[in-house]
Design a protein around this ligand. Sequence first.
Ligand code: ZN
Length: 295
Amino acid sequence: MHSYLLPGEDGWTLVDTGIGLPNAQEVWQESLDGAEVARIFVTHFHPDHVGAAADVAELTGAPVHQGELDYAQCELVWGNPEWPQRIADWFHTHGVPEEITEELIHSGDVYRPFIRYQPDPELVSDGDRLDGWELVAAPGHADGQLCLLRDGLLVSADHLLGRISPTVGLWPESRPDPLGDFIASLERTIELAPSLALPGHGDPIADPVARAHELIEHHRERLAFAEASLGDDPRSGYHVSFALFGAELKPAARRFAVAETLSHLERLVLQERAERREDVGGVAYTARQRGRRAQ
Ligand SMILES: [Zn+2]
């Protein structure tokens, strides 16, 4: 995971803070090497981006800026001891067996101490400016994710990654169509036409517009594949995730696979290429019943 230091007149803007390991302050003290941090910006609430925000804020005395929607979700997920059970129940309705949902509750408890987000940050949103940078909403990978744009340079967080396709999952309490959001965000990236992107993981992206086109095409293919894996019998998101991601996944990876499968299935429902059934003891999906008469 990359953090970035953006230069400014009153000091540096630090973008993202990494996970909140117990020695986060020591690591940051060493990395900053006396650099004056004027403000901290959190692109989205995932552990590797927000985790050490409170540590770095304490170390530097700099205020934390975080998106309004993103901070609401951050509190909902990391500030809420009920969340692991809530998400486990939700996965259960999507066909995920108990051994995997149990693991999910356990790993939620393991992760929690490493996520020390800053309470009451300065809330920002799309179109705001931060030390000359424009904040650009990029929902998809995370509903409230914000990128920074200035002079053709896009600090793209996990919206645009070079080698891997950012995960785009449906989660409880997430916006209803994360994949539709992601495609719209990619189309917006194409319109903004940045000349360089600095992603949250991996190398700088020399042609962000071409990469956005590639990701749109990737999901067009994945949608077609998801559509083809549906039939007349109702299949849960868990079931379909085996067709999309294979059978050999550990529980932690399986839940991302299921969430990503569901974002594709929900997109297909909205495009009238699949149907959602909730009368089968959970949520499941079928191929679109062509020619079915309205009753
Ligand atoms: Zn992320």
